[in-house]
Design a binder for this molecule. Structure first.
Ligand code: XMP
Length: 324
């Protein structure tokens, strides 16, 4: 009979046998469920011979980097290096408006930064890094079998082939037989905080694809603050787990408004919240009017530069979950 306790035991044994008594493992963490669970499992199996790397790409959510860092190190005891590469990412994103270009820049820069950081670890004296950890789940395994080669329809940011080759690493994927709900159960079993276990998915390119138009520090600041208010209110209303994914996006147009006695011409925040099981189809979440009123009032009052808030009521299909 399959139980989660037994899975943890056998998986830890399997990792230990595969990695052996002296080899080391590196892996990227993002704060998402999959990479966190994979990292914690690895830590349980081989302790500090697992090195996690968190790359701050400058387009994570408000205070997210700090929160993820503390959860992983103080909370879970994982051996973690944090790299602040935000300037490098933002410099490369300057002037870029096309969403696919944003994705490519962020994906490629991530690989460069990660590789540079990994090289620092592997070149430490006595280090014997042999494996790269990936939090691949069963559905990802199926996807990569059924779509052979690069496809325009898959938005990849985890292009690890080159990484493995350049660094002569072998892949280790302890979650490759699990579905999402099983990963959450495993996470709970390993003592990962509820907040993290039930976290909404967050795209690799982060809020860069939620800022329609150029990604500047000012726009990032606005998008982060608006998003944070929306998520805070969702949590306060006890709706976070009912919703599959929610976020604020910043539209690239301005609207007129009256703030105090002043006529302003400021930005528009679009809120999106969906329910879905497979992320292939999705329905917008039916908030009550009072909730939306509260969020809109707070955003307009608390986020300078925003004078209007709209809520997206488009299903997927035809609308996608993200705006870009
Ligand atoms: P769409 O917008 O295609 O999104 O309906 C479906 C799911 O995929 C996520 N998404 C991404 N995740 N890199 C990612 O890691 C990306 O470039 C990307 N684009 C979309 C989206 O957040 C949703 O969960």
């Amino acid at each position: 009979e399959w139980t989660m306790d037994r899975f943890v035991e056998t998986e830890i044994e399997r990792i230990r046998a595969l990695v052996g008594p002296t080899s080391e493992v590196i892996g990227a963490v993002s704060g998402g469920v999959d990479s966190t669970v994979a990292a914690k499992l690895m830590h349980e199996a081989i302790g500090d011979r697992f090195h996690a790397i968190l790359v701050d790409n400058g387009v994570m959510r408000l205070n997210e980097c700090q929160i993820v860092k503390e959860t992983l190190t103080k909370g879970l005891g994982v051996n973690l290096d944090v790299v602040d590469a935000s300037e490098e990412f933002l410099t490369k994103l300057k002037g870029v408006e096309d969403p696919e270009k944003k994705r490519k820049i962020i994906g490629n820069t991530f690989i460069e930064v990660f590789q540079r950081e990994a090289a620092k670890i592997t070149s430490r004296s006595g280090a014997h890094v042999e494996f790269l950890l990936q939090g691949t789940l069963y559905p990802d395994v199926i996807e990569s079998i059924s779509f052979k080669g690069p496809s325009q329809t898959i938005k990849t940011h985890h292009n690890v082939g080159g990484l493995l080759e350049n660094m002569h690493l072998k892949l280790i994927e302890p979650l490759r037989e699990l579905f999402k709900d099983e990963v959450r159960e495993l996470g709970t079993n390993l003592g990962i905080p509820e907040d993290l276990v039930w976290r909404h998915p967050f795209p690799g390119p982060g809020i860069a694809i939620r800022i329609l138009g150029e990604v500047t520090p000012e726009q990032i600041d606005i998008a982060r603050k608006a998003d944070n208010i929306f998520i805070e209110e969702i949590k306060a209303a006890g709706l976070y787990r009912k919703i599959s994914q929610a976020f604020a996006a910043l539209l690239p147009v301005r609207a007129v408004g009256v703030m105090g006695d002043q006529r302003v011409y400021d930005q528009i925040v679009a809120l999106r919240a969906v329910e879905t099981t497979d992320y292939m189809t999705a329905d917008w979440f039916d908030f009550d009017g009072k909730f939306l009123r509260r969020v809109a009032t707070r955003i307009v009052n608390e986020v300078p530069g925003v004078c209007r808030v709209v809520y997206d009521v488009t299903q997927k299909p035809p609308g996608t979950i993200e705006f870009q």
